[in-house]
Unconditional design. Structure first.
Length: 114
């Protein structure tokens, strides 16, 4: 087996090996969610070259996003203890929510019954 990083593979575009397996490591750069095509051609000891074999790799996002909810007063200041004055407006702030495999597409807000 030959190991290569995705970054190196993308830089060189083509890699020739004498091994029948190429292990793609992704320590830094990752394949984006979606479809990616890879090809293989082989040559025999007489110099004959095959047609390309192509495989489609579909990277799926299966990791749930993380919701982060902060409370702010009506002026936008952080409220660490959760206390607001009676009758005062407040801000529910979800902008620190994250999704490793993509982007947050929707925020759903609700009052949780006591």
């Amino acid at each position: 087996m030959t190991d290569i990083t995705l970054e190196k593979l993308l830089e060189t575009e083509k890699v020739e090996t004498t091994d029948s397996q190429l292990v793609i490591q992704m320590p830094d750069q990752k394949l984006a969610v979606g479809q990616h095509k890879f090809s293989l051609s082989v040559a025999d000891d007489s110099g004959n070259i095959s047609k390309d074999a192509i495989v489609t790799v579909i990277v799926v996002d299966t990791a749930a996003p993380t919701a982060v909810l902060d409370l702010r007063d009506a002026q936008g200041r952080s409220v660490a203890d959760g206390r607001i004055e009676f009758g005062s407006g407040f801000i529910l702030d979800g902008k620190r929510s994250v999704d490793i495999g993509g982007t947050i597409a929707k925020f759903t807000w609700e009052v949780v019954p006591q």
